[in-house]
Design a protein around this ligand. Sequence first.
Ligand SMILES: [Zn+2]
Length: 330
Amino acid sequence: MTGELHPWNAGVFQSLAMRVPRLPHALLIHGVPGIGKLALAGRFAQSLLCEHPDRSSRPCGSCDACRWFLAGNHPDSRRLEPESIAMQSAPEPEEGAEAPARRARPSVEIKVDEVRGLADFLNLRSHRGGRRIALVHPAEDMNAHAANALLKGLEEPPPEAVFLLVSHRPARLLPTIRSRCVAVPVPVPERAAALRWLESRGVTQAERWLAYSGGAPLRALEYAGASEALAALLRAALEGDAGVLDSIRERDELETLAEALQKHALDRAFESLAGRRKYMTEGKPAAAGTAVAWLEYARSLGRHRVLARHPVNPRLFVLEMLAGLPSRKT
Ligand SMILES: [Zn+2]
């Protein structure tokens, strides 16, 4: 269901484990993307279901409950995610299945029916006589109806139900949802620990990608794996290469491009103001006197990064992003 517990989150796991004797019925596990919050929540869920946890509440990994959980089919555990995320971990469709192009686009929201399904699940009696666990990830992807349905569940939680809400942006949750949960902040890991982990994964330019990801190791690993594609995308954007930009159709790529342009812009501004680059992006330093223009451009890209998930027309969206580039204007 989820992978390893990342070494830098061992301390947060222990603080969760200490709550177990008087466990609140809802926890809000929050922090920036790419620091292992989902794996942490998964590990904690497994420890709550495990039949033989050790004295530090670590799951044994070998009982029936652990094996079912790790295979993603424990009857007392559910994970709610938008289709677009759930599909990333789903197996490829078989040959002869409906062509992906003809299927409706996977939803980027968690919908009300899905939350109602979760409520039905929580109201059943536990199969194993223990807790029932509902993991919602990322919780801010619930649309307004879904969030209100979840709020009902949080207000009158069935006995033995445990809600684990994982959030990258808790400020986007309903205040009434936040106030029903005990907040569990997950910090950005120490740089040395993150670099050690990245190097153990065979990342060669670990420092560069960790800087690019703002210190989030899981994102750094993704960027390092996609580094050539990312560099080509940014180069094409900066050089106004229409051929490559025409090929952008996927929402993920739009978001990636908006982020790459934003980091490029911030580095031009930082370098011109402070003489150093924060995200270690490549490229020429900014022309003198353009720092403010780059900062403003970076801010406008922040809005684009949010809108990139729902673009009306991807090509127009890209052209609009590029139109504001300060280097085009000088
Ligand atoms: Zn176990």
